[in-house]
Ligand binder design. Structure first.
Ligand code: ZN
Length: 73
């Protein structure tokens, strides 16, 4: 699991932090987890990351479900 895979791969790219925040608020309004936004150093888009304290989630890999710790932006 590389930093690239954790912080970029499979994440939705947003053109701006404003667009990302709008989506994060929508998810939150639907009862989802809290997200913060960060500028991706790899694709230069904005992604949503789990807010601190909501950091662990599961990702399915060929080795089975793997818990991830969100990297601090
Ligand atoms: Zn990215």
């Amino acid at each position: 699991m590389t930093e690239y895979e954790v912080s970029c791969l499979g994440k939705t790219p947003f053109p701006s932090r404003r667009a990302g925040r709008r989506r994060a608020r929508q998810i939150r309004g639907e009862g989802g987890p809290r997200f913060n936004t960060y500028r991706c150093r790899y694709c230069l888009a904005v992604h949503l990351g789990h807010a601190l304290g909501h950091a662990t989630y599961l990702r399915f890999t060929r080795h089975g479900p793997t818990p991830l710790q969100e990297l601090t932006p």
